[in-house]
Design a protein around this ligand. Structure first.
Ligand code: NAI
Length: 334
């Protein structure tokens, strides 16, 4: 069966890294029918919005999308494409696997953490107001329904991916009601997964432990705000933006995308590192059941990294295209 997948090739470096990734997947032998949908700054002038409804319709139809970063113009009244996509498609789980890559030198060499962040509520529900000139307030929403589904997602992910522990991260000692509900709901859901170990930690302690002994953590499940911050911390542990992958997953659809933005400063210069988008695509292939191709591509990438044949941000000398060619060469030799 040929998979149909929506491809949003994005702004800035988006088209360059998308082309590299599409070529690599094609060279692996996996046939994909890419439904190319432009979005972001590139389409505003013509279509009046950075996220035309055809893009949403395409993802609804195909159920899976690979998305390069898009630019959301500041101060022009447009909502972030990413926030809008998450809302429209109810992509409630943000998934960020953070694992050391071969030859990418960092402070630690045994990080293998999966951050599962609740994507729809908490302080990011956007309910805030100016009470008076000197006071502002923001409301933190935690519901049992949203917490149940994110915790179940985290345990289910752990089970399906050979992970042994899901650790819940809160500040339930201070926010006894809201984070307390998150924690208690986690404990309830954990009972459905007796094969997976449970662990509870406060977010401040987690941050300290992560920068001292990150190897002790496996899968983390967090409310939206802590999840946002901790997932960037974990991306930093493995070498930063050029290699950090991500995914937004819902009941019916999933959008796989790198953590980094459209990097306008290096646009069109053949300098962008395609690794983060490629690893997002690898996770996408696992999601659609193409495990063997995912592993094959991952191995070809790792071989290129091990031989130091990579882009400048990772200490190599290659351009985007040449790095992709190196990975393709490794695929053909496999
Ligand atoms: P950025 O992530 O685009 O760039 C930060 C720095 O990292 C720059 O120096 C850039 O050259 C470098 N960098 C990023 N990705 C790289 C890669 N693959 N290879 C090599 N170097 C890389 O963040 P910035 O500058 O804050 O945002 C630029 C635009 O991206 C903004 O319009 C923002 O709204 C958008 N953005 C979009 C996201 C998305 O679509 N998911 C996420 C974050 C930002």
């Amino acid at each position: 069966m040929m998979h149909s997948i929506t491809l949003i090739n994005g702004d800035g470096i988006g088209p360059e890294i998308s082309e590299a990734v599409v070529n690599i997947i094609e060279a692996s032998g996996l046939k994909i029918n890419w439904d190319l949908q432009t979005a972001g700054e590139a389409v505003i002038e013509k279509e009046g919005t950075p996220l035309p409804s055809r893009v949403i319709d395409s993802i609804r139809k195909n159920r899976v999308a690979l998305k390069a970063p898009v630019t959301t113009p500041i101060g022009k009244g447009f909502r972030s494409v990413n926030v809008q996509l998450r809302k429209e498609l109810d992509l409630y789980a943000n998934l960020r696997p953070c694992k050391n890559l071969p030859s990418v030198k960092t402070r630690f060499d045994n990080v293998d953490i999966v951050v599962v962040r609740e994507n729809t509520e908490d302080l990011y529900a956007g309910i805030e107001r100016q009470v008076d000139a000197d006071t502002a307030e923001s409301i933190k929403i935690i519901t049992r329904k949203a917490t149940e589904r994110i915790c179940r997602f985290a345990f289910d992910y752990a089970l399906k991916n050979g992970r042994s522990e899901v650790c819940v991260v809160t500040k339930a000692n201070i926010m006894k009601v809201s984070d307390g509900l998150f924690l208690n709901t986690y404990r309830e859901i954990a009972k459905e997964f007796p094969q997976i170990k449970q662990r509870e930690i406060l977010v401040d302690n987690l941050c300290m432990q992560l920068v001292q002994k990150p190897e002790q953590f496996d899968v983390l499940v967090l409310p939206n705000l802590y999840g946002d911050i901790v997932s960037d911390l974990c991306a930093g542990l493995i070498g930063g933006l050029g290699i950090a992958q991500g995914a937004n997953i819902g009941e019916h659809c999933a959008v796989f995308e790198p953590v980094h933005g459209s990097a306008p400063d290096i646009k069109g210069q053949n300098k962008a590192n395609p690794t983060a988008l490629l690893l997002s695509a690898v996770e996408m292939l696992k999601y659609i059941g193409e495990q063997a191709y995912a592993v094959k591509i991952e191995n070809a990438l790792f071989a290129a990294l091990k031989s130091g044949k990579c882009t400048v941000d990772l200490g190599g000398t290659l351009g985007t295209k040449e790095f992709a060619d190196e990975i393709i060469k490794n695929l053909h030799q496999a």
